[in-house]
Structures are given as C-alpha cells and as structure tokens.
Design a protein around this ligand. Structure first.
Ligand SMILES: Cc1ncc(COP(=O)(O)O)c(C=O)c1O
Length: 392
C-alpha cells in the first residue's frame, strides 16, 4: 500500500489544488527529482559542467543500475538518451534493411515510430506493413503469425499506446515474432512506471522508454534497453567518440555494451534527475504504485460511462492507467479547456499520433485522463463532477 499523504506532500505540483490527470503526457515530479536537477545545474554554474559531472560519476552509473533493476536487466544493456523516440530510432535505424525486407508495425503504433520505420524501409527498398488488431482492439497474434516470413527484419510492438487504456499481449507476440527470426522492438513509453516490465519474461530484443511520463522524471530523458548479446554485437547507425573509440587513422572500436547506442554529450542534470525518479519509484515499491494507478483508472472507467454523453474509448481486455473518452457534441479540445477552468488537467490525443488505430475507428481525437498514484479519490470525484457539469 502506498502512503498517499506522504506521496502528495512530496509532489509540490499538487500544492495549487489542481487535479492532475496527465501522467501520460508529462507527469508531476517528486521533490527529490527537481531538487536533484536544480542542485546539479547550480554546481555546473559554480565549477563548470565537466568538473560537476566528474563529481557525480558514481551517481551517473547508478542511473543505469536503477533502470536495470526496474526492468529486470543489467546496467550494461541500458543506453541513456533524451527521449523514447530517440531510443526507438537509434535501434530501428540500426537494423540492416535490404530490398524486399519487411518491417511490421502494430495498429496502435505511435506516429514517430511509424514515420521512422517508413523512412528506414524506403531508403532500402523495404516495406512497412500493419499487423491487424483483433475484435477487442489488441494486436492480433494469429494475424502476426500469418504475416511472418524470413523477410521480416523488425517487428514493432506497442506495450500501451498513447491514446487509450489498451495493453497488448507483448510476451506472446514476441515469442511468435522471434520464432520466425525477426527482431522485436517494444515501445514501453507509456508502460514504464505504471505497468510491470520484465524484459527477460517479455523476451524482447530492445525496448524504448521515456523519463517524463509515468516515471515522473525530467523532460528530455529516456532510455533504450538492448538485449545483452545484441548490445555486444550490433552496430548502431550513428557513432561518436563515446559509442566507439578511434583506434588508428582508419579504425574504430565499438563500446563493448549498450553504451554504443549513446552519444557523449548529454544533459547531466536531467540524467541525475531520471535516476532520482527511478530510485524514488523503487523505494515506494513499484507493485504498490502499479496497483494504485490501476485502481484509479478502473474507478474512472467504471464511473465515466454513467455521465450523459460520455463514451469511454479504451480498447482491449486488460488496461493501463490511461482512460480515453469522448463527449457527445463537444470537441475533445473544448472538453480539455473546460476541465482546465475547473483546475483539472487532462490532454487530448489526436489521430495524427496513432493514425492507424484512430482512423480505423473514425475518431479524430479523444480526451485522455491518466491518473498517477498521487491522485486522491477526492481528486477523481472532483474530475467526475466537473465532467458531469460540462457534458450534461
Ligand atoms: C506510446 C508512445 N510512444 C512514444 C512516445 C514518444 O515519447 P518521447 O516524446 O519521449 O519521444 C510517446 C509520447 O507520447 C508515446 O505515448
């Protein structure tokens, strides 16, 4: 069980009295995260960025250890980056493509992934194809099995999409894809920090994630997990003097682990903040946090359909902490803005972010409420009351 009062006291963004339901966008960090970032920026201003970073080498190494502990990996399989998109692209563009090769993406795939897949495929004369969803909206694993052949180089899976509560059958889809020899890249941007992730149990080759959402880290942070064997053998599409070493005028050597997917320059303060966020989550107990998020989302999924004109749009059979909905006669942007007048923060997810799914359902946009564990039952009821006033 989480200590809600302590959690809220350690979340200064709640001091204003707002109801914050946008952890799927960019969450409210705990005090320790902001303090860590600000303290490092101050230190950089005092002694310069290089000396400040050198003073924190152990803490920087601990960032990877904390992430590894959270996802059941080892630190040498983690590459830190500035976003989930960067991490996804770093891996995907490094998968060699030849004419006739195929990349499979899923119905809920995020726009940035799809765009990068299209560009990478096009440059090589390869194709990008869409794995259908089943009747519940989950990735259809039977359809995936039927699409696979030796030309499929990469399968992109979406753990939890940006636009609703769907959770995909990742372990099963991964088993099927890998049996056919494809590499599996999992977008865990919306699941890290709110759903259990064990990379060994999931079996994925790589996983991309962001810091600012359910992990409650700073903006401009993210990471890539790369399965150990690949982290030691795969050649990234871009290198620098951190990911590789210049050995002689015509020769370089790749870093021995997932570091080969990192560039040297980075926002050290933000990275330390990400480490603080993950350590905070580990100290709270990830399972307790995941259960609290699930409870809050389940309450909204149960309550919102009772409001006139409100339709919950979540797909699937098991759910993440994202609750998507529409209100009859109101544009989702209007709903967001009117809720803001009641000091309730939600966001809108537009079709352009998840084109395949949203156009398939004829939805131009949905409102997205994403309560983290620090949201109180009273907050949820304030949101429901405000929505009732708007939707009647
Ligand atoms: C499912 C999903 N994947 C990827 C991203 C991109 O994350 P980032 O902005 O950290 O690159 C998002 C962002 O909303 C997302 O929801």
């Amino acid at each position: 069980m989480i200590d809600l009062a302590a959690l809220r006291a350690a979340t200064p963004g709640l001091d204003s009295g707002q109801v914050f339901l946008d952890s799927a966008g960019s969450s409210l960090p705990p005090t320790v995260v902001t303090d860590t970032v600000v303290a490092h920026l101050r230190r950089e201003a005092e002694v310069g960025g290089y000396r400040a970073a050198n003073e924190r080498l152990d803490d920087l190494a601990a960032v990877k250890s904390a992430i590894a502990a959270l996802i059941g990996a080892t630190p040498d399989t983690i590459a830190l980056s500035d976003s989930a998109t960067r991490s996804w692209a770093d891996f995907a563009y490094s998968v060699p493509m030849r004419p006739g090769d195929r990349i499979l993406i899923s119905g809920a795939d995020y726009a940035s992934n799809a765009i990068a897949a299209l560009q990478h495929a096009r440059a090589a004369g390869a194709t990008v194809e869409h794995i259908p969803s089943d009747a519940t909206g989950r990735l259809d694993t039977a359809a995936l099995a039927a699409m696979l052949d030796e030309r499929v180089r990469l399968v992109s899976l979406q753990h939890a999409p940006t636009n609703g509560g769907l959770v995909n059958p990742v372990a099963e889809a991964t088993r099927i894809a890998k049996a056919a020899g494809a590499l599996v890249l999992l977008d865990a941007c919306q699941s890290i920090g709110q759903l259990p992730i064990d990379v060994a149990a999931l079996g994925v080759d790589a996983l991309s994630a962001t810091g600012r959402k359910w992990l409650r880290g700073p903006r401009g942070t993210g990471f890539l997990y790369v399965r150990s064997e690949l982290a030691q053998t795969m050649e990234p599409s871009r290198l620098d003097l951190h990911s590789a070493q210049w050995m002689s005028p015509g020769e370089y050597r790749l870093a021995p682990d997932a570091t080969r997917f990192e560039f040297w320059e980075c926002d050290v303060a933000a990275r330390l903040g990400l480490g603080a966020a993950v350590e905070y989550l580990l100290a709270l107990g990830p399972d307790a946090v995941y259960a609290a998020v699930a409870d809050r989302a389940a309450y909204l999924r149960k309550t919102l359909p009772d409001l006139p004109g409100v339709t919950v749009r979540d797909l699937g059979t098991e759910y993440s902490g994202i609750v998507s909905f529409t209100v009859d006669g109101l544009d989702p942007v209007q709903v967001r803005d009117r809720l803001a007048e009641h000091a309730v923060t939600v966001t809108v997810s537009h079709a352009s972010s998840t084109l395949l799914d949203m156009t398939g359902r004829g939805l131009p946009a949905v409102v997205r409420a994403s309560p983290h564990c620090f949201v109180s039952p009273a907050d949820l009821d304030r949101f429901v009351a405000a929505l009732a006033e708007i939707s009647h």
